[in-house]
Design a protein around this ligand. Structure first.
Ligand code: MF3
Ligand code: CO
Length: 250
């Protein structure tokens, strides 16, 4: 069942999204060789607390951290760790913020110092792919149109789209319907309606799209060891078009 949200609920989720966006802006300033994802995770805990919010991922299905921190070939759900980031790494920081019971979810990939041309191209294409997906999220279109837009673009740029993890409705809990794949056929899937709130979070790989699970049961990485990037926003569908609830660039 797809739960449609009221204007008031969307407004509350937007407030959570504003805290999340502000937090990402601070993380962007912190990212540098020598900083660890453990320190970033600690920073996020403090930042959210200061803003009266809580990290919804902590305790979710036994997950122990405020953020997911996925480095290089890690696709998603990497654990924050004390090892320092190195020049040339790329790292995705993903979090879900709870503010007064309303949730927002956003992941962002960052370059650590100077990165290779192919890494910086991957970051650019993955972010653009997210915005292509958002553009396709219009009332009356289908959920499949979103994935089709993302896949057509990303594959056209020579990259691949992860199949094993997808976007999702979000509301009272992190994962609701609808499922939002980042690949697929236009005209397929549920119709996009006013009041839907969901994430679009393409994970785009330099090499093959396949992933494998680490022994920790959480962290997915590319099977070929090549880089993976991810950008995620939470969006609300309105008559005026999709509204980004976690906008840090606008
Ligand atoms: N933000 C993640 C997502 O998009 C949430 C991961 S759940 C966690 O699905 F427990 F790993 F944090
Ligand atoms: Co998400």
């Amino acid at each position: 069942m797809i739960v449609l949200k009221s204007k008031r609920e969307i407004e509350m989720m937007k407030k959570a999204g504003e805290v999340l966006a502000a937090c990402h802006k601070e993380i962007a300033k912190m990212i540098a060789p020598g900083v660890s994802t453990w320190e970033i995770d600690q920073f996020v805990e403090g930042f959210l607390k200061k803003h009266g919010a809580t990290p919804q991922q902590k305790g979710y299905k036994g997950y122990e951290y405020a953020t997911c921190a996925s480095i290089n070939d890690e696709v998603c759900h990497g654990f924050p760790r004390k090892e320092a980031l190195k020049e040339g790494d790329i790292v995705t920081i993903d979090m879900v913020v709870n503010l007064n019971g309303a949730l927002a979810d956003s992941a962002w990939s960052y370059a650590v110092g100077e990165v290779s041309d192919e890494a910086s191209q991957l970051l650019k294409v993955t972010k653009d792919a997210l915005y292509k997906g958002i553009e396709a999220s219009q009332m009356g279109q289908r959920i499949g149109d979103i994935g089709h837009a993302i896949q057509t673009y990303a594959e056209g740029e020579g990259f691949s789209v992860v199949r094993d993890f997808i976007g999702h409705g979000i509301g009272a809990s992190i994962h609701e319907k609808p499922d939002v794949p980042h690949f697929g056929l236009p005209g397929k899937g549920p119709r996009i309606k006013e009041g839907m709130v969901f994430t679009i979070e393409p994970m785009i790989n330099l090499g093959v799209y396949q992933t494998k699970m680490d022994a920790n049961g959480w962290t997915a990485r590319t099977t070929d060891g090549k880089l993976s990037a991810q950008f995620e926003h939470t969006i609300a569908i309105t008559k005026e078009g999709p509204v980004i609830l976690t906008d840090q660039e606008g």
